[in-house]
Design a protein around this ligand. Structure first.
Ligand SMILES: O=P(O)(O)OC[C@H]1O[C@H](OP(=O)(O)OP(=O)(O)O)[C@H](O)[C@@H]1O
Ligand SMILES: NC(=O)CC[C@H](N)C(=O)O
Ligand SMILES: [Mg+2]
Length: 504
């Protein structure tokens, strides 16, 4: 997942974008970037690393101007090279800079189309393709300034060509900020505003928490297929640009990705997780009639809210038996399996008193590769647990994700080709329980009954966009499995790639 933000303000936006990116850091830890518009020029700083490390004072001082966009990256396409950090830039027409959360499917076809238009794509990033498609559609405009109609009809054409997930912000020099969400609204995008004595400031971001953190008020979600255009005078325009919009948000945002204090498509992430806890506790009660659990223990951090609810519902004590090292980030979104594996023990440590001689129920939001659960169970046993049960608030993940979560290969998923008993054996649990998909959907739907459908492909293999068939999935495995990535990164050597207008 990635985090995006865009602002048209009434005063300098560099610090606001920086602050917003720090609260979106959980969506991407690999790279960060900010572009601002200063007196008709773009200012850009992007590099691999966390927000706090990428932007030094000297960079912040350069990022002048009252409008800008920002990005935190978790790669799902292309490479981890710093040259693929975002925002990307093209100089024609106008000069456009773009940041993207999601993943495009039909990149091969789009690349061929762009080549015919003599547009050169310099990286392997799908986001650079998206930028060039938008640029190409804006190329048809005749005047020197853009009208909202022209912006919206360009985005309509982009929607017609692209298959995939894309929440996008783009800054067009001398014109304004453009933001759009794919026709299914797979990835989240929210609009906010701030009234100042000089006028209204507008902001779009991946999650509402970014608006809260910088003092903007949430206006509403950007609708699936909708585009927002804020011109540099600060006027807001919006239009539905998809021929067939349909709200099908990614359910994994609610399970894991988003922060609990965010609201997506009017559904609170926190309350959804509480509901997941209630549903899972009901299943535990129904299926484990003679359960002998002494204590419920979460696997920090995302599962904490869920575990509290399970303990309440089962009438069992809740204990924070694992201490989380606050200086280690999220392990699942780390780029390679070796690093993920190493980080679990650096991140979590058991408090023996909570395990010694007890039957414990460990709760996690999800089990993907099994990296966390396997090691955590080992730690619980080393700390003296008698029996270790394991509960997952999401169902078994058996299918690749193609919409912005880096799970490209089913063979890397621990639940692939295994039933619950086999998974329990693999991770060393004495008993194991997964949420039913229907219950997970219900848990989020309770927070907004108007959401008719969710993107649930990792659980059921149903892909909502065209273009995802076995040939595509095989191609993805070849391109992005952990082994493929490791080989590619070994080949990288010294970084000789072209970085567009990045000042070190
Ligand atoms: O089965 P796995 O492949 O290990 O993936 C699942 C685990 O990864 C995530 O935690 P992460 O450490 O990324 O973040 P968190 O601190 O927000 O829980 C998630 O919450 C699970 O604990
Ligand atoms: N997770 C994401 O949203 C990734 C965005 C884009 N596909 C990239 O790899 O940079
Ligand atoms: Mg976790």
């Amino acid at each position: 997942m990635c985090g995006i933000v865009g602002i048209v303000g009434q005063s300098a936006v560099n610090q606001t974008i920086y602050d917003a990116l720090t609260v979106l850091q959980h969506r991407g830890q690999d790279a960060a970037g900010i572009v601002t518009v200063d007196q008709g020029s773009f200012r850009l700083r992007k590099a691999n690393g966390l927000v706090k490390d990428v932007f030094e004072t000297k960079h912040m001082q350069r990022l002048q101007g009252n409008a800008g966009i920002g990005h935190v990256r978790y790669p799902t396409a292309g490479s981890s090279s710093a040259s693929e950090a975002q925002p990307f830039y093209v100089n024609s027409p106008f000069g456009i800079s773009l940041a993207h959360n999601g993943n495009l499917i039909n990149t091969k076809e789009l690349l061929e189309r762009l080549a015919l238009k003599r547009r050169h794509i310099n990286t392997t990033s799908d986001s650079e393709i998206l930028l060039n498609l938008l640029a190409d559609e804006l190329q048809h405009v005749s005047g020197l300034s853009l009208t909202p109609d022209e912006v919206f009809s360009a985005i309509r054409q982009v929607h017609r060509q692209v298959n995939g997930a894309y929440a996008t912000v783009a800054m067009i020099i001398g014109q304004g900020l453009v933001a759009f969400r794919d026709p299914y609204g797979i990835r989240p995008l929210v609009l906010g505003k701030n009234e100042t004595e000089h006028g209204t400031e507008y902001m779009v971001a991946s999650e509402t928490v970014a608006l809260d953190a910088v003092g903007f008020k949430v206006v509403r979600d950007v609708e699936p297929g909708e585009a927002i255009y804020v011109d540099l005078e600060g006027n807001l325009h919006s239009r539905q640009c998809s021929d067939e919009p349909k709200r099908i948000p990614c359910i994994f945002e609610f399970v894991y990705f988003a922060r609990p204090d965010s609201t997506i498509d009017k559904a609170s992430v926190y309350s959804s997780r509480i509901n997941m806890g209630t549903k899972l506790a009901e299943k535990i009660k129904a299926e484990w009639e003679d359960q002998d659990i002494d204590v419920v223990i979460p696997i920090p951090e995302t599962s904490c809210d869920i575990a509290v609810e399970i303990s309440n519902h089962l009438g069992l004590p809740y204990r924070q038996g694992f201490v989380k090292n606050r200086y280690i980030g999220r392990t699942f979104i780390m780029p390679g399996q070796q690093e993920r594996k190493k980080s679990v023990r650096r991140k979590l440590n058991a408090i023996s008193a909570e395990f010694k001689g007890k039957n414990v129920l460990l709760v996690d939001d999800s089990i993907v590769r099994g990296t966390t659960s396997e090691q955590i169970i080992e730690m619980a046993r080393e700390a003296g647990a008698k029996k270790v049960y394991f509960a997952s608030a999401a169902p078994e993940i058996r299918f690749p994700n193609v919409y912005g979560i880096d799970m490209p290969s089913s063979s890397e998923l621990i639940a692939y080709g295994r039933d619950v008993q086999e998974i329990a054996k693999m991770i060393g649990a004495d008993g194991m329980i997964f949420q039913n998909l229907g219950d997970l959907v219900e848990a989020v739907k309770m927070e907004n009954p108007d959401i008719q459908e969710f993107e649930t492909s990792v659980f059921d293999g149903h892909y909502v966009t065209p273009g995802v068939d076995q040939t595509y999935l095989d191609h993805l495995t070849k391109l992005r499995s952990d082994d493929a990535k490791a080989n590619r990164n070994n080949d990288l050597g010294t970084n000789l790639e072209l970085h567009n207008v990045c000042h070190p």
